[in-house]
Design a binder for this molecule. Structure first.
Ligand code: AMP
Length: 518
């Protein structure tokens, strides 16, 4: 089996249905399959072979799906660059991947012109929706190529893609995923997260498809669900698109989700078509989630995962979240859900011994979705492996019913007065305060305690920045060793281009590199 067959089967079942659409165009499943074949054959004609490494630099759009389907069917190893990254980051990514070909949107002509001289492996550039002397034109390339499917066999163990660690904690590494890994991702989505999806659904990609949103593509193709796009996330446009295109399902990072919640306050919006708003990639505050479910109904689901074990290892359903809200069970609401059908999770101690159920430790995972390894970094890969298990760097606990509770990232722990303090617990308390929009708690140097807790807060619009009030709030709700000693107000927190708060950058302002390994 390989992903290509899965996509061909989708085309056979839904040939005349719309697979992808935007404001100007509609592409049916039959057309998508044919256009993907044409692109794949065109690359062969250029001299690329199966397993050649290729990349794309585009905003979300129909061609993002065509590129993805083509690479899966023809067995090229693809990387999706994040359109919001800088030229220097693109150069690093392309050199890391050693890409031979880049398909890019016309908006990036100038950037790619800078990039191409700095990536020695890059032989071919194809431009979508524009032309330049040094790149082939996408539609012309497709029109010249054969529409027949690939004649070579793509195997489950073939590499499928290279992703990048999110860079919230260091320089990105390449994460190699195989066809087998992706078949497992799709299987998990089909049996769990999107078990009820059907042709009446509409998926909106508002977050970058180079990250989690893009991982939903194949399962939705398999189910015959049309997909539509925003070039880049914007809360107001996302809400408008929900209404305009009868969107039923979406993936959002918690920071994006928060912006939408803020914007909807007091506004009359019709969300009646929306069945699932999935969020993940970072913790979400319990009071926020409860509030949203109370106002909009049980439409929210979440999951926990990472690119090293994509894209979800656990799933917390709309029904489970709705039931926790109805029962006012905030403990359960803080959960990241239960394992996906084809994934096992456990906790392990520092030596790698698997712990009994209920004991807090590093979360380890196993399943067919667990990555091949870090690109060209066998030692870094080996450090993660404990037999069949892979370490995740996240600390947590699994309760007697099998629900996972994340405590924090291992490297985010604050070390104060000899205790290990998890910032998430402090942030949860601060998020419950009405003046707080976003918050990060970090350990800052202290001669007596080693580190003390410092909270960096973005206030809500119109709220007064009053640090004494926030310290009082914490005094009533946290034990003395877990209370922040200082609060600072800022306009914005640093975030990566996927909307994740860059805790490391916040923390680094208070430390020199020698003082703390961050
Ligand atoms: P990435 O590989 O960029 O997707 O980042 C994965 C990391 O994001 C995980 O190891 C977690 O630390 C964090 N993460 C992912 N999902 C969740 C979630 N639902 N709640 C809390 N943290 C999460």
């Amino acid at each position: 089996m390989n992903l290509g067959y899965l996509l061909e089967n989708a085309a056979a079942r839904h040939f005349h249905r719309v697979a992808a659409f935007d404001e100007k165009r509609k592409v049916t499943f039959g057309q998508l399959n044919e256009r993907a074949n044409r692109l794949g054959n065109a690359l062969i004609a250029l001299g690329l072979q199966p397993q050649s490494r290729i990349a794309s630099l585009q905003y979300n759009g129909i061609e993002t799906i065509e590129f993805d389907v083509m690479a899966a069917k023809f067995g090229y190893v693809r990387a999706l660059l994040n359109a919001r990254n800088s030229v220097a980051e693109h150069i690093d990514s392309l050199n890391l991947v050693q890409a031979r070909l880049l398909v890019f949107g016309a908006e990036f002509i100038q950037q790619v012109d800078e990039i191409r001289g700095a990536v020695p492996t890059l032989e071919f550039c194809i431009c979508i929706g524009g032309s330049t002397t040094w790149a082939a034109e996408y539609e012309a390339v497709l029109s010249r190529a054969a529409a027949a499917p690939a004649t070579h066999v793509v195997n489950e163990n073939d590499w499928h893609s290279i992703y990048f660690t999110s860079g919230t904690t260091g320089k990105p590494k390449g994460i190699v995923l195989s066809q087998r890994n992706w078949l497992a991702v799709v299987r998990n989505h089909l049996v769990d997260t999107y078990a009820k999806s059907d042709t009446s659904d509409v998926l909106l990609h508002a977050a970058p498809m180079s990250h989690a949103s893009g991982s939903l593509t194949f399962a939705h193709l398999a189910r015959g669900v049309p997909q539509t796009f925003l070039k880049r996330f914007d809360a107001a446009t996302t809400l408008d698109t929900f209404e305009r295109d009868d969107v039923t399902t979406i993936w959002l990072a918690p920071t994006m989700w928060s912006k939408m919640v803020e914007l909807m306050d007091g506004k009359d919006r019709n969300l009646s078509t929306l069945r699932s708003i999935r969020f993940g990639g970072a913790p979400i505050s319990v009071p926020r989630l409860r509030d949203a479910v109370e106002r909009w109904g049980p439409r929210f689901c979440s999951g926990w995962g990472q690119w090293e074990a994509p894209q979800q290892c656990t799933f917390f359903t709309q029904e489970q979240i709705g039931a926790a809200v109805a029962a006012r069970d905030d403990r359960r609401l803080a959960s990241a859900g239960v394992p996906m059908t084809y994934c096992r999770i456990a906790t392990a101690d520092a030596d790698g011994t698997i712990l009994p159920r209920g004991e807090e430790g590093e979360i380890v995972v196993t399943g067919d979705h667990v990555m091949v390894g870090y690109l060209d970094q066998p030692e870094a890969t080996a450090e993660l492996r404990i037999g069949e298990w892979q370490r995740t760097g996240d600390i947590g606990r699994i309760d007697e019913e099998g629900f996972l509770y994340l405590t924090d990232r291992k490297r985010d722990i604050i070390l104060s007065g000899g205790s290990n303090i998890f910032p998430r617990q402090i942030e949860e308390v601060l998020y419950a305060h009405p003046a707080v929009l976003e918050v990060v708690a970090v350990g800052i140097p202290d001669n007596t305690w080693g580190e003390t807790i410092h909270a960096v807060v973005v206030p809500r619009d119109g709220a007064t920045a009053d640090s004494a009030a926030l310290l009082d709030w914490c005094r009533d709700r946290l034990p003395s060793n877990k209370r922040p000693r200082s609060v600072e107000f800022v306009q914005d927190l640093p975030k990566n281009t996927y909307g994740k708060i860059l805790r490391r950058e916040v923390r680094a302002r208070y430390w020199t590199a020698q003082e703390r390994q961050i």
